[in-house]
Write a protein that binds this ligand. Structure first.
Ligand code: BTN
Length: 261
């Protein structure tokens, strides 16, 4: 495994958006945790990158396995936040999907609400967290975290992550600059998408939905709901048709694919 490293110079070369501060760390606990704790010092659009994380975090308190070789990035959003902060995760999902396709040609799909899948396996997770700029400030800011499994970890994935996949298989050649190209393209796409009306990226979000034609098992606040995928609503809620043929709308929750019906 050749380690593909981040380089500020290479990222900046490919950026189309003005990003002044890019911080690269070899290893830290979690780029989201660190960036959140420094939100009062760092400026808008600061990007924090890590070659590995010791306490990578996912949604609903899950860990995000973050060995060397993956892409772990967080972006601090202080200005020009969308009115509806819940749009940040779907906007980021569209931006990352597009960037992966443009840079690698890999056709990932979006699994509501914050994951990207390739060949039925999760290859990317997104965690957007809102926080206060400082204790005395009313103003919210957001830390957008993105984790991508690029290649098989040298010791493999832990057994509990049997649903995890990678963008590249062991026999594939990876461009030496891949992480930098991906990082720049994600940022270019994300800030471009944020300028658009949400109806525009909703269409893209639905077009690339991994859940299309699937039977689902959803955990919504501890309640289990089964049903068939119907649509994504204009507020990015998931719409299912349950076993009684009724429409059910979920604004958040965990979704699994039900294989046996
Ligand atoms: C999920 O799978 O539920 C979301 C995973 C998000 C992982 C990224 S990696 C960079 C950033 N730092 C973290 O601790 N988490 C996010």
């Amino acid at each position: 495994m050749i380690e593909i490293k981040f380089s500020k110079k290479e990222i900046k070369k490919n950026l189309k958006v003005p990003i002044e501060n890019i911080v690269i760390k070899k290893s830290l606990s979690s780029t989201n945790t660190v960036l959140k704790s420094k939100a009062n010092i760092y400026g808008d659009k600061t990007v924090l990158l890590a070659e590995s994380q010791t306490k990578g975090r996912g949604r609903t308190g899950n860990n995000f396995f973050s060995p060397r070789g993956g892409l772990y990035m967080s972006v601090l959003l202080k200005k020009d936040l969308p009115k509806d902060l819940l749009c940040i995760t779907p906007a980021a999902a569209c931006a990352v999907r597009k960037a992966i396709f443009e840079v690698t040609g890999k056709p990932t799909l979006i699994k509501w609400v914050n994951d990207l899948y390739l060949n039925e396996k999760k290859v990317c997770g997104i965690l957007a967290e809102t926080t206060q700029i400082s204790k005395n400030s009313e103003k919210p800011c957001c830390v957008l975290g993105i984790g991508i499994n690029i290649e098989k970890p040298s010791k493999g994935f832990p057994p509990e992550l049997c649903g995890a996949g990678t963008l590249f298989e062991e026999n594939e050649t990876i461009h030496p600059n891949l992480k930098n190209l991906l990082c720049a393209e994600i940022l270019n796409n994300f800030f471009e998408i944020l300028k658009k009306d949400k109806s525009e990226y909703l269409a893209e979000y639905k077009k690339y939905s991994f859940l299309e034609n699937k039977n689902l098992l959803c955990n919504f606040g501890g309640k289990v709901i089964t049903g068939r995928y119907l649509n994504i609503d204009e507020d990015f809620s998931l719409i299912l048709k349950n076993e009684n043929n009724e429409k059910v709308k979920l604004s958040s929750g965990e979704v699994k694919i039900k294989k046996w019906c």
